[in-house]
Design a protein around this ligand. Sequence first.
Ligand code: FES
Ligand code: FES
Length: 189
Amino acid sequence: MQVTMTVNGTEVTSEVEPRLLLVHFLRDHLRLTGTHWGCDTSNCGTCVVWMDGEPVKSCTVLAAMASGHEVRTVEGLAHDDGTLDAIQQGFMQCHGLQCGFCTPGMMMTTRALLDRNPHPSEGEIREAISGQICRCTGYATIVRSVQWAAEHPDGTVPATTDEPAAAPAEPATEPAAGATQPVPAGSAS
Ligand code: FES
Ligand code: FES
């Protein structure tokens, strides 16, 4: 069957099997491999993309169901001029990832959270990602990354105000006139 959808702002049309899942359509037909496929049982959440602006687990959606809709993947999170979205910058600034496998889904879910709730509480962040699994971070840095993005909505990293430590004074390279030179070990006396 033929499906047509808008993916990251570009209309795509393709022939697919009616049973093809959206996650496989994105990864295998469009080569948008930023969307990960982890469990196939709708538990891990690494496959989250947006459909018409709402996060969905793309392993629970047929490509045919997405036909006629607007899909956005992690490849479409950055701005048109190439600058990172605040949530991407937050994950960088706060070490919100280790292996990175859960990260695309985490970012798509939490970006959507910030769009509807620009200043979520820690509990609201944890609730938003409760359908997603991270096996590395213990979630604390993910929560902090989302809080950073909420505090810096344009994603701009504040310039540091710390002055670099003053360099130590260079030792004199020329011995003072008449000073005794050290004798290298093993040299003839
Ligand atoms: Fe979709 Fe795990 S692959 S929830
Ligand atoms: Fe490895 Fe989350 S960073 S699973």
